[in-house]
Design a protein around this ligand. Structure first.
Ligand code: SF4
Length: 408
């Protein structure tokens, strides 16, 4: 027997993040959760609420917003109110650095409106101040019963802890490499901070950890290691993944290795947006990673061939693109009306070489005519040739066939 997709999920505690009746579970045997982050000025209530709405409608199950100053903290309850008016109940996560202890204390309505706090142990102060300010943030999380993510980032590592680990390393008979020391510092920062939070009264099932780095192999190494030293749920993401295809490829390469090993309970794809680009792209990429790996289903998949010299027109590429856009647009309504539709496959193929074969494997498939083939496009439904389309309206006719299939 050859096992397809064999994968054992790491066993983690489960953490509930909620807003009103909406409960998002991270960890345990819950599906891997998709999250994203706004890039608006949080003090801009309307602009931020609109972006959160767009991200949530695209499929982001948690949305993080930066809470970086008093104006932002003051805006948070107003953003939540706007979202309530729009019917958006996605839980909001507050991202705090440097002054989180003060903001949470001075703006209790903000502390209450958020569903989770992100704490970066490298950015809560240094020395004695670090311990006090970290404790103040944990105290607020306990007071409002909010889970936290202790999110370490190698761009903002706790320098005292790094110095301590380097010092310990220098005492070893065979010192570890500088790279391993860095990994150890990241992991130790996350786990020691979580243990400290528990000592301060934070329930263990309210803590999620992350250790973000920007290199693919570094991320894999760090998460493989931390996954063996704790059972807190893990938030995966390649920080500063980059722009365009580089960011997508690097994130996919790193996350798919870890997810296949059962590591990772929530993911964020941190893409640098292109000017005027759509922030929701990071949500679509996250969905596509999980769906192509067979871990979750979000929308019907379009299987399209790359095209080659056997087809000189771009008709089939345009059809594949049109069908993909059509399916994406329909999904918010379809997923309510037609449960299971997200598991559907639609094949759009460029010629007879692989067209009929691939079409038969899909729920619906069309094989467009390649160069020199007769101008006919056979359509297969559930593996059986159902009809042949001809003429100038093949795209519209095929879209209608897909719609009828979903509605039947
Ligand atoms: Fe080329 Fe036909 Fe294969 Fe598409 S199905 S890549 S057009 S040979």
């Amino acid at each position: 027997e050859i096992a397809c997709g064999a994968r054992t999920r790491r066993i983690a505690r489960s953490v509930k993040i909620s807003y009103k009746d909406r409960i998002v579970v991270v960890g345990g045997d819950a599906p891997v959760v998709i999250q994203s982050m706004t890039n608006t000025d949080t003090a801009d209530v309307i602009g931020t609420a609109i972006q959160i709405k767009d991200l949530a409608r695209a499929g982001s199950e948690l949305v993080r917003i930066t809470v970086n100053n008093p104006e932002a903290a003051q805006a948070v309850p107003a953003i939540r109110e706007q979202l309530d008016r729009m019917g958006i109940d996605v839980p909001l996560v507050g991202d705090f650095h440097y002054n989180g202890h003060t903001l949470l204390k001075d703006f209790p309505e903000c502390a209450q409106a958020l569903s989770k706090y992100r704490i970066n142990p490298g950015n809560v102060g240094q020395g004695a101040k670090r311990d006090t300010q970290f404790a103040q943030m944990i105290e607020m999380a306990c007071r409002y019963s909010k889970p936290v993510r202790i999110g370490v980032n190698w761009g903002s590592l706790d320098q005292n802890l790094l110095a301590r680990i380097m010092d310990e390393n220098s005492q070893r008979a065979t010192p570890l490499s500088a790279q391993t020391v860095m990994y150890q510092a990241l992991i130790t920062s996350a786990i020691e901070s979580a243990q400290r939070a528990e000592e301060l009264g934070m329930p263990g099932d309210q803590i999620i950890l992350s250790c973000k780095v920007s290199g693919v192999q570094d991320l894999i190494a760090v998460y493989r290691e931390i996954s063996q030293h704790c059972d807190y749920p893990l938030h995966l993401g390649l920080t500063e993944a980059g722009m365009g295809s580089k960011g997508i490829v690097a994130s996919t390469a790193a996350l798919s290795v870890l997810l296949q090993e059962g590591i990772g309970d929530t993911i964020r794809i941190s893409l640098t947006p292109e000017p005027g680009g759509d922030r929701c792209k990071e949500v679509f990429v996250a969905q596509e990673i999980l769906q192509t790996m067979g871990l979750r289903k979000f929308m019907p998949m379009v299987i399209a061939c790359p095209g080659c010299g056997r087809t000189t027109s771009t008709v089939f590429q345009e059809l594949a693109d049109d069908i993909q856009s059509f399916l994406r647009e329909q999904m918010p309504v379809w997923k309510e009306q037609y449960p299971g539709v997200e598991g559907m496959n639609v094949a759009v193929m460029g010629c007879i070489v692989n067209g009929p074969g691939e079409s038969k494997h899909a729920h619906i498939g069309i094989s467009l005519p390649g160069t020199g083939e007769s101008p006919a496009a056979p359509v297969f439904i559930d593996g059986v040739k159902a009809m042949t389309l001809r003429g100038d309206n093949i795209a519209q006719d095929f879209q209608k066939i897909v719609l009828d299939y979903v509605q039947s």
